[in-house]
Design a protein around this ligand. Structure first.
Ligand SMILES: Nc1ncnc2c1ncn2[C@@H]1O[C@H](COP(=O)(O)OP(=O)(O)OP(=O)(O)O)[C@@H](O)[C@H]1O
Length: 291
């Protein structure tokens, strides 16, 4: 049996169909610590275990930690590419199940405070990326800095992670407001993380929806929820994604459901004219997605 089929069956993710054109998905949240990186890593890994070709970009520049979470040892990071020392494809690391990772760096003030022209250079670098993945998952930083806004606005989809804390909802609202008013992003997918029971996830989504529908011209879709799960911490200690280390745990099941939902999304919204985007030069990929 080939590895691709084995991975899919082992993960209980038999949704596979034909190869997809590239879709970029930013994972954001406003507030720190709501689980953006956890969602990015496990969603990426679940899709990879389902046989999808996934590239995970650590865009939490300056406080990056995807490499640590997945036990990878980067030699170079995005800073080296910006200095012209290497190309974007030279940064790619191989994680389990074929998941590919582009690391950033941690503890570097220059990377945390890049000017917008360099954020744009990171996004444009993907135009030259030789093998377009089916999914590019972009883990963004906390807050509503220019970096977060630019990476989110450059993606086909924006996933907003929330949890049951008042500051999480107010920060998620602030992020959605900035992205809609200043960057014309008008569709958001909401993930409720660390939920204690199913009603809590829905209730969080509905609370956020009520406020956005009153004050903003945006559409919010409930993407799903991930339970609070101690196995996640154990997976972190093992430097592995929980979907890989404990595929039957509560959180792993939640992440796999998120991955299934991603794989059923329809066409992305057409890109706003003139805005830079990941894989904007997609004509050569034959994907036929609107630019
Ligand atoms: N569903 C969950 N169950 C239990 N713990 C979780 C869950 N999701 C995230 N965590 C834990 O919460 C902490 C914060 O998660 P994470 O680093 O993914 O958040 P973040 O939003 O990316 O943070 P930052 O804003 O600092 O980048 C981590 O210790 C993580 O293991």
């Amino acid at each position: 049996m080939n590895t691709h089929v084995e991975n899919t069956q082992a993960a209980g993710l038999e949704w596979l169909s034909d190869r997809r054109p590239t879709r970029s998905i930013a994972i954001a949240g406003g507030k720190g610590g709501v689980g953006k990186t956890t969602v990015a890593v496990n969603l990426g890994m679940a899709l990879a275990m389902g046989g999808r070709d996934v590239l995970l970009l650590d865009a939490d520049l300056g406080m990056a930690n995807i490499d640590v979470l997945l036990g990878l040892q980067p030699v170079r990071h995005l800073g080296h590419m910006l200095e012209g020392a290497c190309r974007i494809e030279d940064l790619v690391l191989d994680a389990a199940h074929g998941l590919k990772v582009i690391p950033a760096t941690s503890g570097t003030r220059r990377m945390a405070q890049l000017p917008n022209i360099e954020h744009a250079a990171v996004i444009r670098a993907f135009d030259e990326y030789p093998l377009a993945p089916e999914y590019l998952i972009v883990d963004t930083a906390a807050g509503i800095s220019d970096s977060v806004s630019m990476f989110a606005a450059a993606s086909d989809e924006v996933v907003v992670v929330v949890c049951d804390e008042p500051a999480s909802l107010t920060d998620a609202y602030a992020l959605i407001k900035v992205l809609s008013r200043e960057f014309a992003v008008n569709r958001f997918r909401i993930v409720a993380n660390m939920v204690r029971h199913a009603q809590e996830g829905r209730a969080l989504f509905e609370k956020l929806s009520r406020v956005t529908s009153r004050f903003l011209e945006v559409s919010l879709d409930f993407m799903g929820m991930v339970p609070h799960d101690e196995y996640l911490r154990q997976a972190i200690r093992r430097q592995a994604a929980v979907v890989d280390a404990w595929p039957s745990s509560r959180s792993a099941v939640g992440f796999k459901n998120l991955a299934r939902s991603v794989d059923t999304w329809g066409e992305p919204e057409p890109r706003v004219q003139g805005r830079i985007g990941f894989f904007a030069d997609r004509a050569h990929l034959g994907g036929g997605l609107p630019l």
